[in-house]
Design a binder for this molecule. Sequence first.
Ligand code: PMP
Length: 305
Amino acid sequence: MAKIYKKIYYKDGIVDESEARIHIASSAVLYGLSVYTVFPVNKIGEEFFIFRIEEHLKRLRNSAKLIGIECPGECESLEKFLEVVKNLIKENSLNENVFARATIHVDELVPGTKSKGLNTILSIFLYEAKPIVPQDGAKLKISPWRRNPDFCIPSRAKVNGAYVNSVLAKQDAIDSGYDDAIFLDLNGHVCELSAANIFIVRDNILITPDNSADILEGINRKTILEIAEAENLKVEERKIDMTELYIADEIFTVGTSAFVAPVINVDGRIVNSGKEGKVTNLLKNKMQKIQTNQDELSKKYLTKL
Ligand code: PMP
């Protein structure tokens, strides 16, 4: 289990972990009716920085909009939201890099299966920034579970209840001796991992499924595409066939909790002789520099708290 920091923002203030409790009869518990995002808070020198916070807040608000729930007041402006995060860091006497999970919960008791006009609250907790896949080479299994399509539960919304889909896929992969799963869509095209996006490299072209491929619109995915453009790499956002995974020169995964991690094995087939590829390495290093305020793009992406 990851370490969770003791002070949590819950409803309208910072409380002890034991007080941050949601009712068992709330829609959040009954139907998984909550939306969330996870963003990194990095300690650089004596200061704290958040990576692409505007994008995270925008996606959180869009997730709420997509399932038709209200945003609590703290999410209305970046200033208000940042104030909450800043206080949380102070109250926890934070001294290291962490992930922050911000969730909008529907806190209404037994309202039935509906979403509109219901009370919502915000919670934010900080936890250990532990990667969800091995950073030196992940082994992935193509999942027998398909990604739930946009017309069932919108993939571009981070809806808590929808993560049952990810849990099924990830657990199946772990049970089979792999680190994580690769989801295919209903037509057999590649989507993403259980909680991270995917890129492949073929003949020096960087390829990733486009945003209408039943994927989460990952903020790190978007950043990789922007970095690739700045590096003059050839990029294709398009459908990826399953068999392209078996012949790709490189594969890597990207996300807040996956960071940028090479994939060295898909279904037991070895990728790039089991080593991190050149393109992966270039993009990974660039991403690390950006996130640690050592790159000219850092200014664009980092917000100092
Ligand atoms: N896909 C899914 C299903 C995810 O849960 C995540 C993690 N948020 C990602 C992709 C990566 O998104 P991001 O880069 O915004 O963390």
